[in-house]
Design a binder for this molecule. Sequence first.
Ligand code: SF4
Length: 188
Amino acid sequence: MFDFLRRREKETTDARRGRFLAVIECHLNQNVRDDGTARFPAMNVDFVRLCERYGVGLMSIPCPEIEALGAERRRPRDTTIREALENEPGQSRCFHLAERVAARIDTRERQGAQLVAIVGGNPKSPGCAVHCVGKGLTDESGVFMKALETALNAYGPPRRFMALRDHDQAALREDLDHIEEALAADDR
Ligand code: SF4
């Protein structure tokens, strides 16, 4: 049996419920977004309130575009952000960030916490798009999300990835409903 399954059986001795989502930074801090892409003044409040309602903590994943390219998204002229992340050194930086995040998730799980899902971003996000088929991510997914999937798979069974799209209201509502279903189904 995977260690992952045993870890969930560990009891906690204080108020924490031990469940968490790993979520990309911009849902919690819109200031990290590239110019013209922020949808909220500060954060996705509906998402944060939903997590509070279900007693689920939030592990913030540092913005991979900033990690790889800096806050200015520096890259050669006529190079898209996606191309800059797919080429060196962008890909290595995404990979190293993914390794750090995966190790941190694994550590928390070893301490008895339960990762409910990894929450990514909009469908065209170069770093954080989440497009799933079965339990895996497709090539349309963001460069960082694919690196994170690979890094996490080294620690155990495939993890659940979920999109949280905010580029339009209908998509946002749909994704909040999916996340709520996951939180409710996983409630113990
Ligand atoms: S979607 Fe990912 S890369 Fe884009 S701003 Fe959010 S955290 Fe950064």
